[in-house]
Write a protein that binds this ligand. Structure first.
Ligand SMILES: Cc1cc2nc3c(=O)[nH]c(=O)nc-3n(C[C@H](O)[C@H](O)[C@H](O)COP(=O)(O)OP(=O)(O)OC[C@H]3O[C@@H](n4cnc5c(N)ncnc54)[C@H](O)[C@@H]3O)c2cc1C
Length: 396
């Protein structure tokens, strides 16, 4: 028996899911968004850093209720302590803020509800309804009860651990070299510079970095991301962060308010994001920035495009792969080049020694960068150390 029919069912109420649900509902589609957790946005598994520009792009107005801190820029710290400060002049509107994701995610879900989407929490997708190779709906366990819903299109917005794509026949598998394993404390009683987000690069975090993102004057998200292919056991990620914190005088009196682990993809985008009646957004679509590991902005961008296309597809009653390709094309036009370029840069960055990172950051700190971009950074490094950018020439 079918428990309900919708134009669109969105699986996962993170930023990607809520943006999809909002934009599809705004265009008149009937939308159900399901979330397996009992509370949208909690627990937070995120450093919560985002640029102001990316919120502008997706039409989200900054709201004091979900902004923990607005920062003046970022500091990149090399293994031996050289600091390259990216200030507002260089970064423009790309300077950032640190969110309260618990409240941010709820605010986006509330926007989706205001646009007309129905929401069910404590409701897990456990399988897809597939007929003649086409996705027709989703099987769920809602508050312990098995149920089935039919949909014109099911949207996989189910995050890094996504199963929707795989169940529907879209290949979203990742190689160990394209997965970053993360561990983070929210540390209070710390003495950090709360006007800057800080990134510590080099062998302290093999293939990744350590971040210190301020939440307030005394509290920061202090986390680490390490390339999965560079560690021997999952416990090593926490050990590396603990070792760093113990040595850092600003942090070593800090006390944890919470601890979270998780992972991000640092891969090129997958070959396909849509099929008849199926579409992927956000982390489920593997569109995290391979250099920074940041995915909130891309999740919102993909959700916005997906929702608009789905809203129109609902009016036309056409959820075929050919129709949904409009979403895939919009997303590829916006992100594909950046994702490939940053993935290629990541592949090279993970091979650099601490000594090379020191030279690079020292040069950037001394020479400065007029306007932040990968090309401009490489040009500055080339001016002092042409031998270091030989392998990156194609990115300039
Ligand atoms: C430790 C860590 C730090 C990070 N720091 C940053 C940062 O500072 N800045 C940044 O931009 N990005 C950061 N990221 C990445 C960022 O968190 C993600 O890119 C972002 O949350 C993606 O949004 P999403 O909506 O695609 O997925 P998610 O936010 O993961 O949402 C997916 C939702 O789907 C739900 N779900 C999953 N399976 C099912 C199911 N079967 N049925 C129903 N619901 C389901 C989940 O419960 C979840 O609510 C970090 C990630 C980690 C792990």
């Amino acid at each position: 028996m079918v428990d309900g029919k919708y134009d669109v069912i969105v699986v996962g109420a993170g930023p990607a899911g809520s943006m999809t649900a909002k934009h599809a509902a705004q265009k008149g589609a009937s939308v159900l968004m399901i979330e397996k957790r009992q509370e949208i946005g909690s627990p937070v598994r995120c450093g919560e850093g985002i640029s102001k520009a990316s919120l502008d792009e997706v039409g989200i107005k900054p709201d004091k209720r979900w902004i923990a801190a607005e920062v003046d820029g970022a500091k990149i710290v090399s293994p031996s302590g050289h600091v390259f400060t990216i200030n507002e002049r260089m970064a423009g509107n790309e300077v950032g803020m640190v969110l309260e994701r618990v409240l941010f995610d709820k605010a986006l879900a509330a926007d989706a509800a205001n646009a007309g989407a129905e929401i069910k929490v404590k409701t897990s997708a456990v399988g897809l309804k597939i007929e003649n190779g086409k996705v027709r709906g989703v099987k769920v366990i809602s508050h312990g009860e098995p149920m089935e819903f039919e949909a014109g299109c099911v949207v996989g917005a189910d995050g890094f651990e996504s199963q929707i794509g795989r169940w529907g026949g879209l290949d979203t598998n990742l190689k160990p070299n394209d997965i970053t394993s993360c561990f983070q404390y929210r540390l209070t009683n710390v003495d950090h510079d709360f006007r800057y987000c800080e990134f510590i690069i080099g062998s302290a975090a093999p293939g990744g970095y350590i971040w210190i993102f301020p939440k307030d004057e005394y509290t920061a998200n202090v986390g680490i991301g390490v390339l999965l292919s560079k560690i021997k056991s999952p416990g090593q990620v926490k050990q590396l962060l603990d070792r760093f914190i113990a040595k850092d005088e600003r942090l070593n009196k800090g006390q944890p308010l919470d601890a979270v682990s998780g992972a991000v993809s640092v891969s090129p985008p997958p070959d396909k994001l849509v099929k008849d009646g199926l579409l992927l957004v956000g982390d489920a679509a593997r569109i995290i920035d391979p250099i920074t590991g940041g995915g909130i902005a891309h999740a919102c961008i993909s959700g916005m495009h997906a929702g608009k296309v789905l809203g129109e597809a609902a009016q036309e009653k056409d959820f075929s792969e050919a129709r949904l390709m409009e979403y895939e094309n919009l997303l590829r036009n916006r992100l594909e080049n950046k994702l490939w370029r940053n993935w290629m840069a990541k592949e090279k960055l993970i091979t650099l020694s601490d000594e090379t990172f020191d030279k690079i950051i020292q040069t950037l700190a001394e020479v400065g960068v007029e306007k932040m971009s990968v090309g401009n950074i490489l040009k500055v490094i080339k001016s002092r150390h042409p031998e270091l950018v030989k392998e990156f020439e194609d990115l300039i």
